[in-house]
Design a protein around this ligand. Sequence first.
Ligand SMILES: *Cc1c(COP(=O)(O)O)cnc(C)c1O
Length: 479
Amino acid sequence: MKITVEQIKDLEAQGATLEPDAAERARLREQVVDYLESYIEDLPQGKAFQRDPGPGPNLNRREKAPDLQHLIEILREEVDLPGINAASGGHLGYIPGGGIYTAGLGDWIAAVTNHYGGIFFGGPGAVRMENALIREIADWVGYPADSAGNLASGGSMANMIGIVSARQALQIDSRRVRKCVVYSSTQAHHCLQKAFRIVGMGEMVWRDIPLDDQFRMRPDELRRQIDRDIQKGLQPSIILGAAGSTDTGAIDPLDTLADIAEHHHMWFHIDAAYGGFFSLLEEEKHKFKGMERSDSLVLDPHKGLFLPYGLGVALVRHASPILAAHHYQANYMQDAQDAQSEWSPADLSPELTKHFRALRLWLPLRLHGLDPFLAQLREKRMLAQYLAQQLPVLGYKLVCQPELSVVAFHWAQGPESDWDHHSRHILQKLEDHGQVFLSSTRLQGHFVIRAAILSFRTHLDTVHTLIELLDKFRPSTNA
Ligand SMILES: *Cc1c(COP(=O)(O)O)cnc(C)c1O
């Protein structure tokens, strides 16, 4: 069949709605802006949590919608309401994320300009921006000039990049993997075990090292276990340290762990996804001493820098293992190879084509400067201390003093066999109420409630609301 110009032109016309004109763009944009404005304005009165009522009628529909407004209504009804409202300052569960507006503007620009963030040749500006941010964060944490890293989609991916780099540096292959030992704690984030499995290191010997009463890894126990393993003919290989554990915000004795790793030529990986950016605060810095001596390190700007979900930073102390683990050459990439004067993110991570992820961090950092971020972190830390002061007054027991901005507590009055029941009941009441959302964990054999204060919208009023609710839902008064 002969292809005619008319046929092609006809298809061009049929697809033209994918390129709205300036007037149409303005119309669509206004609707989105209106929606987002009401979303933000309604946050303070809205709930932080609503139980999912089950699927609504629209998300499974496949036909073309009449207009954008129609789709925005579906978002309002079937997406915005159920579950945790991650944009709400009342979100104190798990580790809250952020969603600062200017990062959203960065994402918008990144999507519309669609600069290629994967390879230097294709997007030199986007790649330079990513590398400059990696360099900046490396400087913050005291990593050397020959360090490298990647802006990954989150902490889980960033941890995986660190672990793959360890595997590369230590040459842990399938013949050796069962002899190699990783030392961690029961407080390590589960994404680490997941990463080990994904990258083929799931058969390593895994040792959970006992913790002190602040839930930090005990170096004496670690040394003892390493000695035992050496005697058994095993190869101590990786230490996983936490700089801000999820459950309690615990920070392992990093400097001592670095000594031990150095002594045994082991790889020292630190998961600072939650806690890492608190090290920027002068008064908290000492807790992170030794972080700069790790071999790989993870920080989550979508937690500690209040960005929207979708950004975790992997740093590796020396560039060679992360490059060796991810670098790849393909024939169809040969033009790109010649033009490298900067590392390409594609050579430092599993991704090739990459969203212009750097912009969502660069724009807010350069627009606001670092100071308001530090003020927010300092405020969150103080709110946690303030809450920790108030809880015992209400009769709650702190599991430990908050190290950063997570407060773990429970009801520990009356017969011990009733404590968990009471704590679970209190959390249930909070969920039913919905104004603030907290989550729970198990510590020291008990059901424990956690308030994780990290949303940039969480302020004193939120904590006061929480205190009021915790007062109201106390076992003694809610009978
Ligand atoms: C959140 C978190 C992770 C996982 O990161 P994601 O960004 O959720 O993938 C890992 N470790 C710690 C300590 C965390 O708080």
